[in-house]
Design a protein. Structure first.
Length: 220
């Protein structure tokens, strides 16, 4: 299996709406965003993902990706479609028409770890159906809001038949793994810091500690 690095973006450029607490930390400048794309365009082991379905996905990310012949997957909040400064149905279809992928980020941007059983079904099954009706395709992958999950959430995701589930656990991933670790790009990141992340070879001790932590998260 090939080892890959998954990067996660959220908002890009100047926010066009009020940001929720902590959201500013994952909102990156357009300059730094473009510099990171220039860095990774020749690195086939890097995968790009976008969470939340912000309007900047289409206004800023889409043309930059097309210009560099890059692909990405956009994990959309079904309950936020058509809200001001989020993607609408037309924008979502335009991403698909450009050769990009659409994945599920839930309905209401709530933690799947904390969600009650009925809410979890809405987050996964109802939300997926809503997005599938927009794009007229099956949604194969999901990304956990806030990167949070537990054994119950993972079991429900398995039952829902998702091919891959993306987290925010950081580090490398194997491209065929069902659970995919991702690295969140923050407002403090730029091409230099991302290059260091990509080039960093995890030592055996670090990998062992990380595996233990991930196992604990999956069993809780």
């Amino acid at each position: 299996m090939s080892t890959i690095i998954n990067l996660t973006f959220h908002g890009i450029g100047l926010p066009q709406r009020h940001l929720e607490p902590g959201e500013q930390q994952v909102w990156i400048s357009e300059k730094n965003f473009l510099s990171i794309l220039d860095l990774v365009k020749d690195r086939p082991n890097v995968r790009l993902t976008f969470d939340d379905g912000n309007i900047s996905d289409v206004k800023l990310a889409l043309p930059a990706l097309i210009e560099r012949d890059l692909v990405a997957e956009f994990f959309v909040l079904a309950g936020f479609v058509d809200k001001p400064n989020y993607l609408n149905a037309e924008y979502i279809r335009s991403l698909l028409e450009a050769g990009l992928k659409i994945g599920l980020h839930g309905m209401n941007h709530c933690s799947w770890r904390a969600a009650k059983n009925g809410d979890l079904k809405e987050e996964l099954f109802v939300a997926r159906e809503k997005l599938q009706n927009i794009i007229n395709q099956n949604i194969k992958n999901a990304a956990c809001p806030f990167g949070e999950y537990d054994r119950r959430a993972l079991k429900t995701l398995k039952q829902a038949g998702f091919k891959h589930v993306y987290t925010s656990d950081r580090g490398n991933a194997n491209e065929n793994d069902w659970l995919q670790a991702r690295n969140t790009v923050t407002c403090d990141d730029n091409a230099k810091s991302i290059a260091e992340l990509i080039d960093n070879n995890e030592g055996m001790i670090f990998r062992s500690i990380r595996r233990s932590k991930l196992l604990a998260k999956r069993l809780r």
